[in-house]
Design a protein around this ligand. Structure first.
Ligand code: AMP
Length: 368
């Protein structure tokens, strides 16, 4: 990943891919124009790398001219084209090959074609290294296209973002908006589920509670539910392999998510490492681990109270509740260090009214 000004970009195409595309265009133009003494009309500034590589590969008589028009401001095509520098000498009666770095809306090409018509050229052809079919609004045919790309903002090999990035040999793409991935952390009964339900709406996140997913599977007597039941009933953690596979499947069900609230996951170091790996494969990461801190004795009371109505076997028996705390202290509490080491750990006082705690959490999340 690279940073240009205020934006982050990630690798999209290698220099080799680019050279391959240039070669393809060069071969086709060579075949078509070898005996026409064409004028390559290079559209500045972005096409200068492409033009240099392309024209070196055209081994027949030709001439070279430059034109400069302006359309891009920052990331968006403004649509208004102005000629900053016209072609010299006259193109009248010549076979002109317009050399463009990229065609997206087609506004620039349209303006250039108008100029060529005014100049009364004998013929013109358009050669563009990149073409965004989804963004193209015109109907002029593009004669030579190096590569079609999706409608995303790219830099490198002559193309810039606010003047930067032209010198990159590879092509980079504007990084998609970062996801917000929250690990909602804390011992059983800390209020993770209650708070997650409120926070997910506020930040438009997908809430994954591993406990809920296991309970759903138990209720529906699925294979996963059967495998998890004995552990859950005792208040033990379900083995990592089962839990990690299940979590991965839940994440993959939501490919469009703006982010996730992980509630009750990770609960072991192996799960934390698996989560990092999974998010990395999606070009993302944990944004922060927010921990609800509540004194153990208050938690035991809360869970016994909840057990009266929740129907959860693991909430109704104090020894099972204590076992869940033992599991938490032995296997899960170490994750504070895991996230502290990544500078991602944030403790929040989990005692107070629901609204008070939500306000404390959102104050932290807004800073992530
Ligand atoms: P919870 O609803 O988060 O309190 O979870 C209830 C029970 O589900 C736990 O006591 C475990 O048996 C199981 N469980 C939930 N999440 C995990 C996890 N990340 N790893 C292992 N077991 C889990």
């Amino acid at each position: 990943m690279i940073t240009l000004g205020d934006k982050q970009f990630e690798k999209y195409l290698s220099a080799t891919d680019v050279q391959h595309a240039v070669n393809g265009v060069a071969v086709r133009i060579g075949d078509d124009f070898k005996d026409k003494n064409p004028v390559f009309l290079v559209v500045l500034n972005g096409a200068f790398f492409f033009a240099a590589d392309l024209i070196k590969r055209f081994t027949y008589p030709c001439e070279l001219s430059f034109i400069k028009v302006a359309s891009y401001e920052g990331l968006h095509s403004s649509g208004d084209i102005s000629t900053v520098m016209g072609a010299e000498p006259s193109l009248k009666g010549r076979h002109v090959i317009v050399v463009e770095d990229i065609v997206d809306s087609g506004n620039t090409i349209e303006a250039i074609i108008e100029i060529l018509n005014q100049e009364q050229v004998a013929s013109y052809a358009i050669a563009s290294l990149f073409y965004k079919p989804e963004a193209y609004l015109k109907s002029f045919p593009l004669d030579y296209v190096g590569m079609e790309i999706e409608d995303r903002f790219i830099v490198g090999y002559g193309l810039d973002y606010n003047g930067l990035g032209r010198n990159l040999k590879d092509i980079y793409i504007l990084k998609a908006k970062q996801m917000t991935n929250l690990v909602l952390f804390g011992p059983p009964g800390a209020g993770k589920g209650t708070q997650a339900a409120l926070i997910k709406d506020r930040y438009e996140l997908v809430h994954i509670s591993t406990g809920d997913v296991f309970r759903y599977n138990m209720k529906n007597n699925t294979e996963l539910g059967q495998a998890a039941k004995a552990y859950m009933d005792r208040g033990d953690l379900v083995p990592d392999s089962l839990t990690i596979d299940m979590l991965r499947a839940e994440v993959e069900k939501n490919p469009q998510a703006k982010g996730f609230i992980f509630d009750g996951f990770p609960r072991t170091e192996a799960q934390a490492a698996a989560l990092d790996e999974l998010l990395e494969s999606m070009n993302s990461s944990v944004s922060g681990c927010v921990a609800l801190e509540v004194d153990t004795e208050i938690l035991v009371e809360r869970l016994l109270e909840r057990g009266k109505t929740s129907g959860r076997a693991d909430d109704q028996d104090e020894s099972k509740i204590r076992n869940r705390f033992d599991e938490y202290n032995e296997k899960t509490a170490v994750l504070k260090e895991y996230y502290r080491n990544q500078d991602k750990f944030h403790a929040v006082d989990g005692v107070g009214s629901i609204d008070e705690i939500t306000a404390r959490l959102t104050a932290v999340i807004d800073q992530l």
